[in-house]
Design a protein around this ligand. Structure first.
Ligand code: GDP
Ligand code: MG
Length: 187
């Protein structure tokens, strides 16, 4: 079984812990301690292969910033999360993406990275249009999806998409998926 070390990155309060806990435990917790960073494990079957996902849910604390290089160095696949209700959380992601490229010293074509616009249930508070995010991600060469940890929209699809990215970019496999994930142009 392949182990995949996945790192969830993004600004505070965008829903990194909520997405992770929704995926691993199928729960939605309204108030989760924002300072907790923890690792979760889940065995999944994707396109007929079994994987042990080790999901590192990071927190945006001071110590974290100093440690981000380390998380990136240890990680193999990256979920870059913003909230559709916060433009600044979206703008923050470009520097996170650049940091990954720098630390890994690899081009985007070799790195499994997925951009997630979370809180898609809060349509009336939307600050980042889907098209705008789609365009920016296409320019960066990254796949993009919108999710809601609250309603469980696209949560498994997002993690599966990232594993497929990993299969394609680093494990050298290129299986086409039967069911395409919403907004995801790559997997
Ligand atoms: P983190 O700091 O990125 O880990 O963010 P959290 O997972 O702690 O979430 C921050 C806040 O946003 C919490 O109050 C969550 O309940 C809420 N939240 C997270 N995901 C969603 C979502 O998809 N929809 C809505 N409406 N709220 C969410
Ligand atoms: Mg958190």
């Amino acid at each position: 079984m392949n182990n995949i070390k996945l790192v969830v990155l993004g600004a505070g309060s965008v829903g990194k812990s909520s997405l992770t806990i929704r995926y691993v435990h199928n729960e939605f917790i309204d108030r989760y301690d924002p300072t907790i960073e923890d690792m979760y494990r889940k065995v999944v079957e994707i396109s007929g292969d079994h994987f042990m996902l080790e999901i590192m849910d990071t927190a945006g604390t001071e110590t974290f910033l100093a440690m981000r290089d380390l998380y990136i160095r240890n990680g193999q696949a990256f979920m870059l999360v913003y909230s559709i209700t916060s433009k600044s959380s979206f703008l923050d992601l470009e520097s996170v993406k650049d940091q990954i490229l720098r630390v890994k010293d690899m081009p985007v074509s070799k790195l499994p990275i997925l951009v997630i616009g979370n809180k898609s249930d809060l349509e009336n508070e939307r600050q980042v249009q889907s098209q705008e995010a789609e365009k920016a991600c296409a320019k960066w060469g990254l796949p993009f999806m919108e999710t809601s940890a609250k309603t469980n929209m696209n949560i498994s699809s997002a993690f599966e998409c990232l594993v497929r990215e990993m299969q394609k970019k680093t494990l050298g496999k290129n299986k086409s998926s039967k069911k395409k994930a919403n907004f995801c142009h790559i997997c």
